[in-house]
Design a protein around this ligand. Structure first.
Ligand code: GLY
Length: 302
């Protein structure tokens, strides 16, 4: 098989402040290029989505890895998932605090293969026992989020109204030369969330899904709403029924609004390399490297 590779990434769907547009687009562009390089040199879709999401986790612009928002007690707690569309194998982690790259721990869980989903201290101990370095939770906290959290705690309501972020979650979907699809999603979740709260991102069929027979998808936005309609499983099912990835993404976001009142964003990629990018939030940061190797990035779908 010599499929032309494609990668699509997103950096969250919310009301992104004007001054943050460029860093969001640039972060997505760099992540897409890094994932594309993996695909171009014959690497797998799984390697490409992990590489892209690791870059986004390292970039403090995004609500994932270092730069994650803080929960109600001022701590970072992160969730992530990765899924292989060829085998339907997956790995997921939730409520972890001491891992620099949650998506790589999710990949490790998948590769070891004993379980699909590990949470909290058990997930961190699994990382440690399998040779993954643990970091101090403080290393993942950035000044921007500390300031926002302090203001919120002081009752300034910064996490509500216009600064409320359904989540600046990150994600990637890729198609490799062998025709295999993969998806990954990683997040710090919602600002001010209850400790132990888990959103849609690490839940299979909610935050991400990949199946070579339908599509690969990653979601961002209001996790409490997205999980109620199994957003990424549902969007892949619509592609399997014959809809284009763009039609399917728009249809599922319309369903999300109709059934839950929630908003969010989706990236979707099918085995032919057709992709969809849609959001019902004011903005969603995204980037694509498609068939011709040309990189496109934006802050609104289109
Ligand atoms: N969509 C990410 C979250 O709600 O945690």
């Amino acid at each position: 098989m010599n499929q032309t590779p494609v990668i699509v990434v997103h950096g969250g769907a919310w009301k992104i402040p004007e001054e943050e547009h460029e860093p969001h687009m640039e972060g997505c562009r760099q992540a897409a290029i890094a994932g594309w390089e993996v695909l171009r040199s014959g690497g797998s879709a799984l390697d490409a989505v992990e590489t892209a999401v690791c870059l986004l986790e390292d970039d403090p612009t995004f609500d994932a890895g270092r730069g994650s928002c803080l929960n109600a007690v001022g701590e970072v707690e992160m969730d992530a998932i990765i899924m292989d569309g060829r085998t339907l194998r997956l790995g997921a982690v939730a409520a972890i605090r001491r891992v620099r790259h949650p998506v790589s721990l999710a990949r490790l869980v998948m590769e070891v293969g004993l379980h699909n989903f590990l949470v909290g201290p058990g997930a961190e101990e699994f990382a440690r026992q399998h040779g993954m370095a643990l970091v101090s939770p403080e290393e993942l906290v950035v000044e921007r989020e500390r300031v926002r959290w302090e203001a919120w705690r002081a009752g300034e309501g910064l996490y509500a109204a216009e600064l409320f972020r359904p989540a600046g979650t990150v994600g990637a979907v890729a198609l490799d030369r062998e025709g295999n699809l993969a998806a990954a999603t990683s997040t710090g979740g919602k600002p001010g969330k209850w400790p132990g709260r888990v959103g849609d991102s690490p839940l299979v069929g909610c935050g991400a899904y990949a199946d070579n027979r339908s599509a690969a998808a990653s979601a961002t936005g209001d996790g409490e709403a997205l999980m109620r309609i199994l957003a990424t499983g549902a969007v892949c099912a619509r592609v399997a029924e014959g809809r284009s990835p763009q039609e399917a993404a728009e249809g599922i976001l319309a369903l999300l609004a109709e059934r839950t009142g929630g908003c969010g964003g989706l990236i979707v990629l099918d085995p032919r390399g057709r992709y969809g990018i849609a959001h019902t939030t004011p903005h969603m940061a995204w980037a694509v490297v498609a068939a011709d190797g040309h990189v496109r990035a934006g802050i609104r779908a289109g």
